[in-house]
Design a protein. Sequence first.
Length: 231
Amino acid sequence: MDKVKEIVPKHVAFIMDGNRRWARSKALPLMTGHARGYGRVEPTIEYARKKGIKYLTFWAFSTENWNRSEKEISYLMELFRKLFKEKYIERLAKDGVRIGVFGEIKPFPKDIRENIKKVIKSSYKNEKMFVNIALNYGGRDEIIRAVNSLIKAGKEKVTENEFSKRLYSVGQPDPDLIIRTSGEMRLSGFLSWQGAYSELYFTDKYWPDFDEKEFEKALLEYSRRQRRFGK
């Protein structure tokens, strides 16, 4: 078999799916699945840094996730509270990594909002690497917000470039590769605009089991793809 020439994507985005199914498969509480999934974020970032991937986006909470049980939402809020107080996040910021959030954070508890704003502000000028956390995010919601913003600005006709400047991802390249775990083969509205030409990779592995070896498989598959962008 011919050796595949490695092509490192600039931007990889993750739909971190399967935490609850992972827990059920092991007869564990659902919250244990979320905790294990949370624990996979740091190793994933570190592996991406080692590979030279400059942009990462993690879909952590969708606009539809508010429909889950009060107990589950409360636990997820605790994880987000922990995430934005994490010493690891502070180290990333000090090491030149910019932390960003895609989504409307107003519905989150005040202390979480304040911690998010603090982390964003402290890392705003960093350019070594970009890590985005999608919270209360939905692709359709993002597009509608962009449209309403343009209407408010009095625009009647816009270019793709002008529209892109109204998105959460402004200033960042579109994802080269979108990875979804757990066997589901759809994007569910994730980065609907930005993902138009992204390579898609679906794996049966649940997110808590998506380790460095699985990440490498996805990157190898990406290297095999021929990206034409409609040409």
